[in-house]
Design a protein around this ligand. Sequence first.
Ligand code: PMP
Length: 462
Amino acid sequence: MNRAKPLHGSIEEDFRARTPGSARLFARACAVIPAGLTHDSRAALPYPVCAARAQGPRKWDVDGNEYVDYFGGHGALLLGHSHPAVVEAVQRQMPLGTHWGASHALEVQWAELVQRLIPSAERVRFTASGTEASLLALRLARAFTGKPKIVRFVGHFHGWHDEVVAGAMSHFDGSAPAGIAPAALEQSIVLPDGDLSRVTDTLGTREDIAAVIVEPSGASWGQVPLPAGLLASLRQLTHERGIVLIFDEVITGFRWSRGGAQARYGITPDLSVLAKILAGGLPGGAVAGARAIMEQLDAAAAKAAGREKIGHQGTFNANPLCAAAAVAALGLVETSDACARAEASAEALRQGLRKLLVEEGVPWGVYGESSVFIVFPNPKGLPIDPASFDPVALGFEGIKGARDPHLINRLRLALLTEGVDIMGGPGGMVSATHGPQEVAQTLQAFRSALRRLKAEGDIRWP
Ligand code: PMP
């Protein structure tokens, strides 16, 4: 164990001094992996830390530095790293086989758990990732309605397949990202989620819409919270117009509550897209939805309904290793207070951070629902009171559209030197294993990081 060492130089000098092993490994990675990265959101300057192991709420890098971890496996680890029950389930499964090329009991148990937990889950079909589940949900919706268009919202992320890329992380003006065919773009109508009358107008008047897909938390795990009433209006309008309502619960499923955002808000979509916590920290996704829509995947049922069967393959769908991890993890979600514990720690962290910003005179905001926290580092120097900051007023343009990647990188770097690893939101995912000790350590790290950022001229005052 190697807790934060005494700091001597600038933030970057200290980071480099603490992480020579990460620097070496990253140099090797760059010679073989484009950008040295396997996921865009792991990008960091001067280089990312390379992890070596993790346990509960903490992880260690190749140089032995310890971090309180808020990446949480990109949100997959509600139960923390390497939960003993999940480890045991995977170890038990390994020698029995990792791919039987056959149906099996674990996939049935897994689907039954999803059916019990997620309100929309009359039927469940597994995929290997959230991106694949999003793709399948859109295909099911188009086939069911016989209509071509999908309504999405600016800044809402639904994976990286062609149809959902434009306007999610970039190209907010509706232009085509490199590599995406204009024809794919034409099938999406991308609306601002803050403009209810435009949403109402589009759904109420157009006859070519198959589905509306939405992150029920608001864009990117709630970085841009939804205006009050939007989800209820979507539910009502789609119901009236025979449009399929899809909640992308890849982040919120099993986190916003045991039954996801839909159970927390009491609004049930027609289809849910699930992944992350769904598979207990291993790869996996699912579409969970209304029987009539899902049964397009069943040749006999589709024929009886006068429909064409929808094709769906995938080598690793519900493989027994992932299914074993998933059954162990979702069993704990169902029977323990994991969601509530993670949320309590996140709330303590959010409150502590707000107080700290006030004390340090830093005009930033802190918010977030359930077990996530999000920091608004006020890139434009707005007059913000951290005690009463309201992100809804800023909307997409003021938050996700105004991101300052340099400032976010500086905050993350400063926190890494203090032993805390946050995501680029900036913010993070809190697990059921984060407790008062992690919260206190994180608050202390933020205080030191803010002071150093002030000293190095990174923080702007209105
Ligand atoms: N939808 C949302 C809301 C997500 O956050 C993500 C992943 N971050 C995805 C879909 C895609 O999931 P996956 O990475 O498993 O393909």
